[in-house]
Design a protein around this ligand. Sequence first.
Ligand SMILES: Cc1cc2nc3c(=O)[nH]c(=O)nc-3n(C[C@H](O)[C@H](O)[C@H](O)COP(=O)(O)OP(=O)(O)OC[C@H]3O[C@@H](n4cnc5c(N)ncnc54)[C@H](O)[C@@H]3O)c2cc1C
Length: 450
Amino acid sequence: MAHNTVDPRRVELLLDRPDTEGPVVYWMSRDQRVRHNWALLFARFRAQSMRQPAAVVFTLAPSFAGASPAHYRFMLTGLREVEKDLEKLGIPFFLLFGEPAETLPGFLDEIGAGTLVTDYSPLNISRRWKSAVSQSIVIRFFEVDAHNIVPCRTASGKQEFAARTFRPKITALLGDFLTPFPENNLRQASFPHAPPDWIRAFDSVAGGSGSLPDAWPESGEKAAGARLGTFLANGLRNYADKRNDPNAGTVSHLSPYLHFGQISAQECALCALEADVPATSRQAFHEELIVRRELSDNYCRYNRHYDSYAGIPAWARESLEKHALDARYHLYGESEFAAALTHDGLWNAAQRELLATGTIHGYMRMYWAKKILEWSASPEEAFNTAVALNDRYALDGRDPNGYVGVAWSIGGVHDRPWFERPVFGKVRYMNAAGCARKFDVKSYIRRFSS
Ligand SMILES: Cc1cc2nc3c(=O)[nH]c(=O)nc-3n(C[C@H](O)[C@H](O)[C@H](O)COP(=O)(O)OP(=O)(O)OC[C@H]3O[C@@H](n4cnc5c(N)ncnc54)[C@H](O)[C@@H]3O)c2cc1C
């Protein structure tokens, strides 16, 4: 591939209009970073070839799938860094307030934009935004998959059944796509523009510009890079053997950065390739980061009901419904789960980890969701509770991985039928004894005891 192009399989033309002169505007949404960003690279290459300036715009919508003010604060802190880094390249950063379809078309007219570029997300809200914007603009509009290593629509044209059906498709394409990024550090001549109103931004959605919760990671592209460095130096080596032990400190904690697009999965995967670690650890990390993560985008792209009980496979729904009237020995509603008020110290510790740190260790996330199924009045209520809590409290929530994590745990998505048992039917069961076989449960509970 030529050095200053983006693989055409990464790019989809959302609105075909004749080329027009004027700035090439990248509407940044899911991929909030300057480096290793195929959508920004595409906008810059196009701007350079058309001898036009590039610009970046972010539309700050008042609500996004239950995100909390603290989530917005995390995001805005990262975007402030994006603005500064773009400034070094002479690229202006604009911040608009409101729904994209109400603000973006007017802005594009105002600056006389010639082309619009955006990044890719399979989530329904993003599709609605893009379709509404397409109906109100008159310039060419491209979408570039800057999130997946293998572009989602190239990896597969249908909803995949399981990781085992998806893995060979991804593996066959990795040679084409798991390649180093071109650098594009040329500074362009800037054009005059008003700076973003960060005070208004923090006040309107983030409850002011106060600090982030103590146990949360630092936000931004630099912090993300530092986290990756620490993981490569300390965690990755033991990833194959210890990733299911929440006390081992082996996992990467990259998910909030990947969710907000503050780091590129492709860059993480490339760095892991170069790390001096056992091949089994590298392979296990690639399995999660590439196959499992991109399988989540596949599910959300091809299953419009990805965030609801209606999306789960028929075998799981039939089996769960057959057991809908089974006795539940403990019953909780969303508010008791949210406040970590169950009878189970291990479950409460997981919920407290979520409340304090914004994530739960991956192994405990499965336990967390499966017990919500066991202790809710119905499987559908359990599904809704798990999605609501994950979206409300998880820093990496409101993400395809979150919807698929819940759908896997409660609805058997990407899994197979297991032995039938009460409440769970044929959906895979999990219990505290299983956790105790994997790690020191008491020590985990102590870490999140209050
Ligand atoms: C009920 C439930 C809810 C979940 N909610 C979320 C969520 O809101 N956001 C989120 O990003 N992940 C979610 N996951 C998937 C997974 O648990 C997290 O991605 C992982 O724990 C994040 O921690 P880490 O970055 O240290 O992961 P690592 O183990 O270091 O893995 C590296 C990266 O690989 C990806 N990955 C790891 N495990 C999975 C997986 N099982 N499925 C898909 N991708 C994976 C993630 O992007 C992760 O950051 C959920 C899983 C379950 C069972």
